[in-house]
Design a protein. Structure first.
Length: 76
């Protein structure tokens, strides 16, 4: 689908001029489907599974500082 000119402008222009203008107007890009709407970036299914396991694990024997510097190693 291409964007169109406002109706007030289209009425004042001839069909030949409108055809010439619309020949240069590109189509609107299709919206991309997001596989994982909860993240603003794409991640692999294995990483998503691993993150879920970390979130629900009880960190048996680990201190609360276990994942403290994790954000230093994550590349976005």
């Amino acid at each position: 689908m291409k964007p169109s000119l406002p109706l007030e402008i289209e009425v004042n222009l001839s069909d030949d001029v409108l055809r010439s203008i619309y020949a240069f107007v590109p189509h609107l890009p299709k919206p991309k489907k997001s596989q994982s709407p909860k993240y603003s970036f794409s991640i692999s299914p294995n990483m998503e599974r691993d993150l879920r396991l970390i979130q629900v694990s009880t960190l048996r024997g680990k201190s609360e500082m276990y994942l403290r510097d994790l954000e230093d190693f994550i590349l976005c």
